[in-house]
Design a protein around this ligand. Sequence first.
Ligand code: FAD
Length: 463
Amino acid sequence: MTRIAIIGGGISGLAAAFALEEHRRAGVLEYTLYESSPQLGGVLRTEHIHDCIVEAGPDSFISEKPWAADLCRALGLGDQLIGSNDADRKTYILVRGQLIPIPDGLMFMVPTKILPTGLSPLFSWTTKLRMARELLHPPRPLGADESVASLVERHYGSEMVDRLADPLLSGVYGGEANSLSVRAVLPRFAEMERTHGSLGRAMLAGRKKMQRPANNPTPPLFTSLKKGMQQLVETIVPRLNQASLLTNTPVQSIQPRTGGWSVSAGLKSDHFNAIILALPARAAAHVLSVCNPELSTELAAIGYSSSITVGLGYDRDVRQSLPPGFGFLVPRNEGKRLLAATFVHNKFPHRAPDDRALLRCFFAGSNAENIWQLSDDAIIAIVRNELQQILRLRAAPLFARVYKWKSAMAQYGVGHLERLDRIERLRPQLPGLALAGNGFRGIGIPDCVRSGQEAAKQVLSLL
Ligand SMILES: Cc1cc2nc3c(=O)[nH]c(=O)nc-3n(C[C@H](O)[C@H](O)[C@H](O)COP(=O)(O)OP(=O)(O)OC[C@H]3O[C@@H](n4cnc5c(N)ncnc54)[C@H](O)[C@@H]3O)c2cc1C
């Protein structure tokens, strides 16, 4: 019987296990999933507090990428999928202490409507002139990789980087625009510059092509599950073979052996024909350090940033006093520690009763590291102080919870895709080893699901 080890029980590893499960039932293979912590699901964790659904980790996934929603449907969760309340989709940027809405028609940071952007106080006249001139930007052949900040600055100037690109990327990657790779993080932008020159013209041309018929409305920007993201984990885990799931079992190392691999966890080692490593890249580097130092070094060089989320529940009065919309982003030069806050009750109304406000505050990178050692109470005090400055919110929360995620968000630095090519070239030295997880081609949940499923396909192709 073919034996497969899956190492890591986050959503990448669980998606791989689910893809292997039907083959196990058919008697074709056996698998063992190793997870170091007591729980499966990795960073997908939801708490139910005061009738609110509080997400400790991710709160949703983008609808444009199909793999997570498809997995939910395959698990029978189709009727549990909910869309973000895009009718209320307004996001603010803090500029000199004031919350300014991102103007209508700004797609990521590319203006596609002249009037709202031209009238918005979010940008200075210098930046607005740059936006107009950007439409004449000549096409540029693909050169060496560069940072997102460098590409955006070339098109729109540094104010666009500071006020929009950097806060938007911090909210998604917990990283900084001046270190993230444009080719890995915003490949469409690099391609649009190559084909059209102007990002504005490319975006408009793309939109024309993608005009949807009236009977096929635009899907919501974000998708989630009615009972929270942990519902995905709670549905997938019972569908797996329980005897195959080893929690509290960190893997120390893996070694190639005749006809396969040996996996060492604790005092035990076991033999497998193939392995799916579904770990954060640094943890994967550690288990591979003896068997392939070169691959291990490449994996270890994929950076990760830490993050802290704080969920706060408030009463009806606060809900009525908060601005409409999904929340706000804070540029670094505003001198705050908070990077973003989501008004969850507006973004996903299912997540809080009508008489509650639910806020989710986010710290990442050095802002998270600087407060990491503080007690939860001290972190809550920082959040409350900043919410008071930004939203004039003085009321005490009904509840507040702090969740810390050490080195959980991969940072695709400049040159990331070249590193992935080098990793690909090294993999034939390790037949039967597949890599999955957020360190490679997408940190969002849909990409992680896809990576787990592709890793399962790779090992199945060996059978
Ligand atoms: C705070 C936060 C908010 C986010 N928000 C969103 C969002 O809204 N939408 C979105 O799409 N994405 C979001 N993401 C990103 C996304 O959630 C993650 O990239 C994704 O869930 C990672 O899944 P994974 O299985 O690859 O890794 P992980 O969830 O990190 O799982 C890896 C698992 O491996 C285990 N492990 C580690 N070492 C070992 C070992 N030696 N042996 C055995 N097991 C080991 C760990 O305990 C862990 O359970 C967010 C991430 C964070 C941290």
